[in-house]
Ligand binder design. Structure first.
Ligand code: MEV
Length: 461
């Protein structure tokens, strides 16, 4: 057994760990000390095993949890078979850790499940820049989802609307009966709205919105059940017939916001002064604000970060995607989800606002072993805390993309990782992957045929 102390970078914190080769067995932290820093210099260059060890220590993972990470034991087939239909196998993705995040004064390591190179590195790099400006400030609204009930064949929609609003208390109480546990946890029905959609191909219809607080769950099941339960009573009140009863993924009551400031000096790069990089990023942001063709790509970059955390934590990334793009398209045309401007000191100020409907209980979050681990590493206890982290990661990802696009372009940074994928596709294994990748970059030709030739030479040496 090894006993050693870890002094977190940039703080006076001393954490003591008891370890053996199987992993961390226990730890203590100096009384009154601050949490350890997520500023992991050189994390990228460490061997994979050391990275696992460092994260396990940082997040105080149990021996079993550390082993799960190290041996990449995620879901097993039996569990998968209970989750969806017609299961024939598992599909794995890399799980990376974005480092350097400081969110609302708390150091955070961010697990990201994603296949695309440069995303984890980009988020970590941007988080380092933002750290120099004091980190991210993030907020998230209460977990209120909107459930929709479609009512057709209503003789007088305007009068029926008033009748439904008059029955608000009764309908909310009825919806609350569907989930006693959620009610005990402080969630449940919050409000009722009724809209009239006139002139549709099937005539006018009433759309009832049930506003439902899902607390720490994403809430799709709770909302759908509550909406279905209201159907018969709504038909009685309106004299119409209900058809669809389902949540809306435009979760615009569940908005998360993140903001940050990057000191101009921290952005100086490759012969460009910091203020020049600030100006270039602001110009890039203006492009996305004015043009939907650019906004789509700009937002895709944000979702690179958002989806990777949503997926790592076992949440429904399609729901978050749908909400993000619907929110970006509200009002007058499709727009970017972030803004970047130069503040009065000449520094770069960024904001992000988008719906983030995620949970830390229910669904896959507690079933998938990797999702449970991801939540533990993040150290979030509530859905709102998780949404705050995701918003900060989205903003970081956007900053990384804009900084690269507005300066050197993204291809240079991509080449190293792209070359490794090409090397793997040509059959390189273990150490060979980096060797072949480096040779490809040196030759300036990143092609599989070229990689195969290099590999053959390497093996014949
Ligand atoms: C690539 O996955 C994402 C970017 O295209 C985002 C952007 O253009 O802002 C680099």
């Amino acid at each position: 057994m090894v006993y050693y102390a870890h002094i977190a970078a940039g703080t006076s914190v001393v954490r003591r760990f008891w370890c053996d080769t199987a992993g961390v067995l226990g730890q203590t932290q100096t009384k009154g000390a601050m949490a350890p820093s997520s500023r992991f210099a050189g994390f990228y260059d460490q061997p994979l095993g050391d990275r696992v060890e460092q994260v396990a220590q940082w997040a105080n993972l149990s021996v079993e949890e550390a082993a799960t990470l190290r041996r990449a034991i995620g879901l097993d087939l039996a569990q998968a078979d209970e989750m969806i239909e017609n299961v024939v196998g598992l599909y794995a993705l890399p799980l990376g850790i974005a480092v350097n995040f400081l969110i609302n004064g708390r150091d955070v390591l961010v697990p990201m499940a994603i296949e695309e190179p440069s995303v984890v590195a980009g988020a970590s790099f941007a988080a380092k820049l933002v750290r120099a400006g004091g980190g991210f400030q993030a907020t998230a609204a209460p977990s209120e989802m909107i459930g929709q009930i479609q009512v057709l064949n209503v003789a007088d929609p305007h009068s029926a609307r008033f009748d439904l609003l008059a029955a608000r208390e009764e309908l909310l109480a009825l919806a609350d009966e569907t989930d006693a546990l959620l009610l005990r946890l402080g969630g449940g029905a919050r409000d009722l709205e009724v809209r009239i959609l006139g002139d549709t191909p099937v005539g006018s219809m009433l759309i009832v919105h049930l506003i439902f607080d899902c607390r720490d769950a994403m809430g799709a099941n709770a909302v759908n059940t509550a909406c279905e339960s209201l159907g018969p009573r709504i038909e009685e009140i309106t004299g119409g017939r209900t058809r669809l009863r389902i949540l809306s993924n435009l979760a615009d009551r569940r908005l998360a916001r993140a903001r940050c400031t990057v000191p101009a000096d921290a952005l100086a790069f490759d012969g460009l002064a910091g203020h020049e990089v600030v100006e270039r990023i602001v110009e890039a942001s203006a492009f996305a604000a004015a043009d939907p063709y650019r906004a789509a790509t700009h937002n895709k970059g944000i979702m690179n970060g958002v989806d990777a955390v949503v997926l790592a934590t076992g949440n429904d990334w399609r729901a978050v995607e749908a909400g993000a793009h619907a929110y970006a398209g509200r009002g007058c045309g499709y727009r970017s989800l972030t803004t970047w401007a130069q503040d009065s000191r000449g520094d770069l100020a960024g904001t992000l606002e988008m719906p983030i409907a995620v949970g830390v209980v229910g669904g896959t979050t507690q079933v998938h072993p990797m999702a449970r681990l991801a939540l533990k590493i993040l150290g979030v206890r509530t859905a709102r805390e998780l949404a705050q982290v995701i918003a900060a990661v989205g903003l970081a990802q956007n900053l990384a993309a804009l900084r690269a696009l507005a300066t050197e372009g993204i291809q240079r940074g991509h080449m190293q990782l792209h070359a490794r994928q090409v090397a793997m596709a040509a059959g390189a294994q273990g150490q060979e992957i980096r060797q072949v990748a480096q040779a490809l970059i040196a030759r300036g030709v990143i092609r599989q045929g070229q990689a195969a030739v290099i590999l053959e030479d390497l093996r014949s040496e």
